[in-house]
Design a protein around this ligand. Structure first.
Ligand SMILES: [Zn+2]
Length: 405
């Protein structure tokens, strides 16, 4: 490979990116302090900061204490300098969030859209909805630096293609290219649980944690693995699929088409199946009708003493415990977050899940492990996490943040 020299324009962009990050990390900060930390010349810092102020990405917020001579202006990022959109795709709606440069929500909306089964047409509908969402937000479109999209199932991040989303019944659906062409902005596509983990790492409970797992439990079973501060995605960028590790040979039929996957035993439809096996009746009910409402019905039945419902949740806790014990044995995480609208039903699985973990975690791998179970069914952070993809790219070192690389 022939190496190309880096032009002056590129060097200027690299230096500007460095200053933006230094301001983000050390604000409020003066030009003199920036010069010392960055090692850049005074002239370069002054010139680049002037440009950033003109672009409204940086603002002067006050004056540093004087040590004689002129007081130095203090700089920080302008939250309104740029915005990112994050969308989380679900079967019957999308959650769209507009984030400012500090990751705070400016606008968030649930937009009803029937996405299941429709693939390409659904992507066109998403584009129209986002155009409307931008107009209604009142933010000038030129200030929006990109859109992040979170979707269930494996995703090819380089091409922005949804490889397989069993929840949406999408297979090899291109998302990045059509959305980017239509909206005229960079688009990033990522597995939804990885988006949530990005949010937790940047702004949430994983901020100070280098190795943690996020498990989403509900309609399906997903996993994001954060190792050594970053999301692990495997060699082809589409790992890791916790829900589809085999639990039984020739077991239940999973939504992915295989038999015996863990998801077929612990996702909502798996709990209903176990309830049926134990003699419980929810007829007439098809698999595709298994939604939050049905799980709520089962939960209430268990609370009212329905023995089959109680046992179904207990058994699910054991299956989940087996899966999580394998993850702990593999990764030795400091923390596991169970999220994804798992809601109160996790309470009924907790005891059997913990006893299974105690039994199967190897040696001292579980020592000091923190388990955080989120019973809140609010899914705003999923859309916020998708928006974080854009912000991460914006703040990433300039040489490496281009989608083409
Ligand atoms: Zn499966």
């Amino acid at each position: 490979m022939q190496l190309q020299p880096i032009g002056r324009k590129k060097i200027r962009a690299i230096n500007q990116n460095m200053l933006v990050n230094l301001i983000r990390m050390h604000a409020p900060i003066s030009r003199t302090q920036l010069q010392k930390i960055s090692g850049l010349s005074q002239g370069t810092v002054v010139s680049l900061i002037t440009q950033l102020i003109e672009r409204q990405l940086v603002i002067e917020t006050g004056m540093a204490a004087s040590t004689g001579g002129r007081k130095a202006g203090l700089l920080e990022l302008s939250p309104q300098g740029a915005y990112a959109i994050g969308i989380h795709l679900m079967e019957h709606h999308i959650i769209a969030a507009l984030l400012d440069l500090q990751g705070e929500i400016h606008t968030i909306e649930i937009i009803p859209l029937h996405l299941r089964d429709h693939g390409e047409e659904a992507v066109a509908l998403i584009a129209s909805s986002i155009e409307q969402f931008i107009t209604q937000s009142g933010v000038p479109p030129q200030k929006i630096i990109g859109l992040g999209c979170g979707i269930s199932g494996p995703v090819n991040r380089l091409t922005g293609v949804s490889v397989d989303s069993w929840i949406l019944n999408w297979h090899q659906i291109s998302i990045r290219q059509p959305l980017s062409e239509r909206l005229g902005m960079p688009v990033f596509v990522e597995n939804a649980v990885n988006c949530l983990a990005s949010y937790e790492k940047l702004y949430g409970r994983g901020e100070t944690c280098s190795d943690f797992l996020v498990i989403s439990l509900g309609r399906g079973l997903g996993l994001a693995t954060v190792l050594n501060q970053g999301v692990y995605r495997g060699a082809k960028g589409i790992g890791a699929e916790f829900g589809h590790i085999p639990l039984f040979n020739n077991g239940r039929l999973c939504e992915c088409g295989n038999q015996g996957c863990l998801e077929a035993y612990v996702a909502d439809y798996g709990i209903v199946e176990t309830y049926r096996e134990l003699g419980g009746s929810l007829e007439p009910l098809q698999r595709e009708q298994v939604d939050e409402r049905i799980i709520d019905i089962l939960y209430k039945r268990a609370q009212n003493g329905d023995a089959a419902a109680i046992l179904a949740f207990h058994r699910t806790g054991r299956f989940l415990g087996l899966g999580i014990a394998s993850l702990v044995n593999l990764y030795n995480p400091a923390c596991i977050m169970i999220d994804g609208g798992a809601g109160h039903r996790i309470e009924l699985m907790r005891d059997t899940m913990h006893s299974t973990l105690e039994k199967h975690i190897f040696s001292q791998l579980g020592q000091g492990l923190t388990m955080l179970v989120d019973t809140d069914t609010n899914m705003d952070n999923w859309a916020r996490g998708a928006g974080c993809l854009v912000l991460q790219d914006f703040f990433a070192p300039t040489l490496f943040n281009k989608q083409s690389l």
